[in-house]
Design a protein around this ligand. Structure first.
Ligand SMILES: [Zn+2]
Length: 285
């Protein structure tokens, strides 16, 4: 049996078992809130939580009791975004050339490449240019172990159960901001499922999750406006039994964005999600 070795630092944690008890694996790349000492941003810490998927790690943590591992980033999304390709460098952030592989996704135009340049409201995160060595160090310390751990968890589930269903867990603002996907000021559905237009998981997985959520009365959209990005793309291969689905929850469903506090429905949603995961374990076993 392969051993998964975890970094013992502030980069990531895995809630639950390192050997998945079923086909289901979860990850939460954007709920980290440990501010690295070498961030050297121009904005206060509270503002740098702008891209955070608040409470998403807490929301899914009870899945550990079902034998489902939850990989959770500890670093903030604004520091480095695990849901980007390591080569998705915003060249406008650098004080010189990028000497490594460059694989632009187009997200740099929104200020949201691997390292963000701007917040959702368009404010600049830095008042300086970053060195290539600084960016490379963030990749090595945060991005590389996060991806390696997710891949290892998915491999372990696939090896033991012949299949893996990976849910990439996120939340989204109720309404798109100035630099947000889907158009500024546009209200969003309760849930948005992203399978990159049917390429990262089978339709059976996407429809199972859609139907479970819709049965509770939630509005659910598929690939609109979020299709899923790097973490559902990187290790998925539906034909080989490797399924990845991005699950975006509208923050208004579980929290009050003005106060930053959870609302009473948080625990209701949590129970609904745990019920769904339990049914997924059986359905896709
Ligand atoms: Zn997210």
């Amino acid at each position: 049996m392969a051993t998964i070795t975890l970094p013992t630092n502030d980069v990531l944690v895995v809630h639950g078992p390192l050997q998945p008890a079923s086909v289901v694996v979860l990850d939460s790349p954007h709920s980290g809130r440990v501010m690295p000492a070498d961030f050297h941003a121009a904005l206060p810490h509270e503002d740098l939580r702008d891209g955070e998927d608040e409470y998403i790690d807490e929301l899914y943590a009870p899945a550990a009791a079902l034998g489902i591992p939850l990989l959770a980033a500890q670093f903030p999304r604004t520091y480095i975004d695990a849901n980007r390709h390591a080569g998705d460098i915003d060249l406008d952030l650098l004080d010189g050339p990028w000497p490594h592989h460059h694989q632009p996704s187009g997200k740099a135009a929104l200020g949201k490449a691997l390292l963000w340049r701007t917040l959702d409201d368009g404010r600049a995160i830095y008042s300086r240019r970053l060195t290539a060595a600084e960016v490379a160090a963030r990749i090595e310390r945060c991005h590389t172990p996060y991806h390696a751990t997710l891949q290892a968890l998915m491999d372990a589930a696939h090896r033991s159960h012949g299949r893996v269903v990976h849910i990439n867990c996120h939340s989204m603002n109720a309404v798109a901001g100035a630099m947000g996907e889907g158009g500024a000021g546009k209200p969003r559905a309760d849930f948005v499922l992203g399978d990159r237009d049917g390429t990262t998981c089978s339709a059976e997985v996407t429809h199972f999750v859609r139907d479970q959520l819709a049965a509770h009365g939630y509005s659910v959209k598929i690939n609109d406006p979020f299709k899923g990005v790097e973490l559902v793309r990187a290790y998925s291969n539906p034909a080989a039994g490797r399924h990845s689905l991005q699950l975006e929850i509208n923050k208004r469903v579980y929290m009050d964005q003005a106060s930053g506090q959870k609302i009473a429905h948080f625990t209701v949603l949590q129970q609904q999600l745990m019920d769904m995961l339990r049914m997924m374990q059986r359905h896709f076993a």
